[in-house]
Design a protein. Structure first.
Length: 210
């Protein structure tokens, strides 16, 4: 098989969301935040090579399945002043859905979300989590034959900051994603194992004790 034209940028979702949020009392901020109290990380799936660290711990890994077909896992953070961590998680998922269903023209995307019973290691007892799925659907006309398709399985969790200082965020959050890009026009199909890989990835999520 030949390499393909116009693949998605590596970790396009995380890079796009990094520009989506603003750090203000009624919005969320993303990526490295000074004073983030519980740094999140994960155990990379088999063959996923660590490529990035945040807060001194693993935050991204990548794996090439074949030319044009890649897998990755990444974690990112945000913080804010929302009334409760449950609302913070819900708003985060709503922003992710809005981005892919409204703000990404030319892509037919199916989005779903649900409450999650996953509890990251070392998480405070009041941590709230949700899971979401993003599946890009192939167009019947086949007019995107040279482009990669995207699938994402995500987990996002939020918790209240204990003894937050005046003027500092009162809620912290991470989102952890397993994602793949593949090209149907050269015979590539999505991984059947992505769901099970994502479940193991979510179960490996943990917060560093401050």
């Amino acid at each position: 098989m030949n390499a393909v034209a116009k693949p998605l940028l590596p970790s396009l979702l995380v890079l796009s969301l990094s520009g989506l949020f603003a750090f203000s009392p009624d919005a969320a901020a993303t990526n490295i935040i000074e004073g983030f109290t519980r740094a999140p990380t994960f155990t990379p799936p088999s063959g996923c090579i660590p490529t990035e660290q945040t807060y001194g711990v693993l935050s991204r890994c990548e794996k090439t399945i074949e030319p044009g077909h890649t897998f990755g896992a990444s974690i990112d953070t945000s913080a804010g002043w929302f009334v409760g961590n449950k609302e913070f998680v819900s708003d985060q998922v709503a922003d992710i859905k809005r981005y892919w269903t409204q703000d990404f023209p030319g892509r037919n995307v199916a989005f779903s979300s649900k409450a999650s019973d996953v509890v990251p290691g070392n998480a405070p007892s009041h941590t709230t989590c949700m899971e979401y799925s993003i599946t890009e659907i192939e167009e019947a006309t086949g007019d995107r034959s040279a482009e990669a398709m995207l699938r994402v399985e995500g987990l996002t969790c939020a918790w209240r900051v204990e003894n937050a200082a005046a003027g500092k965020p009162t809620v912290e959050l991470f989102w952890l994603e397993a994602y793949e890009e593949y090209v149907p026009s050269i015979g590539q199909r999505p991984m059947e194992s992505l769901g099970s890989i994502a479940r193991d990835l979510f179960a490996s999520a943990r917060l560093l004790v401050p």
